[in-house]
Design a protein. Structure first.
Length: 268
């Protein structure tokens, strides 16, 4: 990445090897951004190759495990070596764990918390102060419509997304007067590798019609650049789901969620 492109805005997208993260990265390069894209899969290099040169974009891949503190610091240092201020920071990396909590691997749940929550807080803590000091920039944190409901069979995933939504909302209020905007992205079911990785392909949610990740990415970037505090992208059903979860009893919401995410393995 070269300083001659300094007039172009510069962004960072985590979890950008596929899915919503890649959709966001694709939209940002089309809008004139240079990027650092990060993920722990080898596919992050393929994503960077795809994006490199699109509308003149300079895109660098960083393969790093953000579920570790060393990985977070490695990414932060890699962005500092670019030598340019961060105009857009997209904290999108995340995983899910499906199944009853007492029957699933506790290490998988702890890793989920480290990736979904700890890495987002850590990266924001390392990179956001410079944006605030400069008085400009955009931060987007990927939560989920799952943040609006209890999550039987996905206990730590839903809880992590609730944390991220609350974290984004708090930062939005704290930074309201300093020129930095914070947007919570709350997608619904999207056609990504999430369901395969969480072993949920045979659930009702896994088999349901899903939103296109590129369309979700465009909605997300639109909202971030407009400085909105949150966005529920994709189909109308996502907005209906969030609205319904606010008026129905928690028990009813939880029972419905359990039926929707239950897999054949969960049924025994």
């Amino acid at each position: 990445m070269v300083t001659s492109a300094a007039a172009r805005p510069f962004g960072i997208v985590t979890g950008a090897s596929s899915g919503i993260g890649l959709g966001i990265a694709r939209d940002l390069v089309r809008r004139g951004y240079d990027l650092v894209v990060a993920a722990d899969e080898a596919e992050i290099h393929s994503a960077a190759t795809e994006l490199q040169g699109v509308d003149g974009a300079d895109v660098r891949a960083v393969r790093v495990d953000l579920a570790t503190r060393d990985g977070v610091r490695e990414l932060a240092e890699a962005t500092r070596t670019v030598g340019r201020p961060v105009d857009a920071l997209v904290l999108n990396a995340g995983v899910g764990v499906d199944g009853p909590f007492v029957e699933t691997d506790v290490d998988a749940h702890v890793r989920l918390i480290e990736l979904n929550i700890t890495s987002a807080v850590h990266l924001a803590g390392l990179l956001l102060p410079a944006m605030a000091a400069r008085g400009e920039g955009r931060l987007m944190i990927t939560s989920s419509v799952a943040a609006a409901m209890t999550g039987p069979l996905m206990s730590t995933y839903n809880a992590s997304k609730t944390f991220l939504a609350a974290f984004a909302e708090a930062l939005h209020e704290e930074l309201d007067d300093c020129g930095v905007t914070v947007t919570a992205l709350m997608p619904g079911g999207t056609d990504t590798e999430f369901f395969a990785r969480a072993d949920m392909e045979d659930s009702k949610l896994g088999q349901a019609k899903k939103d296109d990740p590129d369309e979700v990415g465009r909605d997300a970037v639109d909202a971030m650049l407009a400085g909105k505090d949150k966005v529920i992208p994709g189909s109308l059903k996502n907005k209906v789901l969030v609205a319904a979860s606010k008026v129905l009893p928690d028990g009813a919401v939880g029972a419905g969620h359990e039926r929707f995410v239950e897999t054949d393995t969960d049924k025994g």
